[in-house]
Design a protein around this ligand. Structure first.
Ligand SMILES: C[S@@+](CC[C@H](N)C(=O)[O-])C[C@H]1O[C@@H](n2cnc3c(N)ncnc32)[C@H](O)[C@@H]1O
Length: 333
């Protein structure tokens, strides 16, 4: 039974912390137990085991007190994970997927949101499942907010089909209208401001500051590439690490300081690293104890490889710059 280890003890509730934007990590120590790893400050917990079983017993999941779930599951691509068997029969993989999705739905507050990072193979099935359109119904139907794309330029080369250069970022909410949504935390420059010197962007009436907009639903830009080679963020033993800027966007827009962020597939710990640095609390699960240890060291002791906050107010325009506008100094803040 390679997918079903038993968690060794019931976990405790996470303590709230005082949060702050881009705050330096507090002085934290790493505490190991048979169940997993946690921070001495009580704001981070990584439990070792199969997320389906561990989360089914966790008090924060049972109480539905998670504000944001980010999930980057194994893709069933036969990757050499430390422990996990990444080559399940297709039907088993779908059952696995729907099972962990149910635990995530159960964990969310009524204002909560779920983001799933998933490639083409299983994206359609997850969308249909969360919307309640498959034979098996989710524990609660969710509402799609966006179907985003994470675009990167270094896909795996191939000649028989177009080269893959994206993963889907599915953004769902329990209640679209009541969800936590902080657009001003993730603004970027409009193309009118960065590229076309078009003054209409200074008087636009969409509620966002002059010359700024909510990011597009295709995500790319500086530091958004896959974490490979000698990338400064790269962590030993993880070839599926997400960029910190990706998690920064998700966590800033969909949670507030002090909120509880959950990731069932901790991996190298990108979600928790960014969450703690932004003053959130973190609850993660990870099948491999070695991965969980390394991830906890990164989250609790090291922090992000690059300072957060650098994406705010930048341009992602593709067209070459013609002329840029000088914005009012209050705009970027
Ligand atoms: C794609 S990686 C996550 C990468 C992560 N987002 C990052 O940036 O480092 C998936 C991780 O989930 C873990 N995993 C796979 N199946 C699991 C399960 N059933 N429960 C908990 N963790 C699991 C794997 O060991 C692997 O570390």
């Amino acid at each position: 039974m390679p997918h079903h280890p038993k968690p060794r003890r019931a976990a405790s509730k996470l303590k709230p912390v005082a949060g702050g934007r881009g705050k330096a990590p507090q002085a934290r120590a790493l505490v190991e137990s048979p169940a997993g790893f946690r921070s001495s400050t009580g704001d981070c917990e990584v439990l070792v085991g199969d997320c389906r079983e561990v989360l089914a017993k966790h008090p924060s999941v049972l109480a539905g007190e998670v504000d944001l779930v980010f999930a980057d599951p194994p893709f069933n691509w036969n990757r050499a994970y430390d422990q996990w068997d990444d080559k399940m029969p297709r039907e088993d993989y779908l059952t696995f997927t729907f099972d962990w999705l149910d635990r995530c739905i159960q964990a969310l507050k009524p204002t909560g949101t779920l983001f799933v990072n998933i490639p083409d193979d299983t994206c359609a099935e997850i969308v249909c499942y969360l919307k309640g359109h498959l034979g098996r119904k989710p524990t609660q139907v969710l509402h799609m907010v966006n179907w985003c794309i994470w675009h990167y330029r270094f896909g795996q080369n191939q000649e028989g089909a177009f080269i893959n250069s994206k993963v889907h970022t599915l953004y769902f909410a329990k209640d679209r209208a009541k969800r936590t949504w902080n657009p001003r935390e993730v603004l970027e420059l409009t193309d009118r401001a960065s590229t076309y010197a078009d003054k209409r962007t200074l008087t636009k009436k969409d509620g966002m500051p002059a010359g700024m907009r909510v990011p597009l639903d295709v995500w790319y830009g500086p530091y958004w590439g896959r974490i490979q080679g000698n990338n400064a963020e790269r962590r030993h033993g993880h070839d599926n690490q997400l960029p910190e800027v990706y998690l920064e966007r998700v966590i800033r827009c969909a949670s507030n300081p002090g909120d509880l962020v959950m990731d069932p597939f901790t991996g190298s710990g990108t979600t928790g690293t960014v969450a703690l640095n932004l003053g959130r609390r973190y609850l993660g699960t990870e099948f491999s104890r070695d991965n969980a240890r390394r991830a906890s060291e990164r989250m609790i002791l090291l922090g992000p490889a690059r300072p957060l906050g650098q994406q705010h107010g930048i341009s992602t325009a593709i067209a070459p710059k013609r002329r840029a506008l000088t914005l009012p100094s209050t705009t970027i803040g």
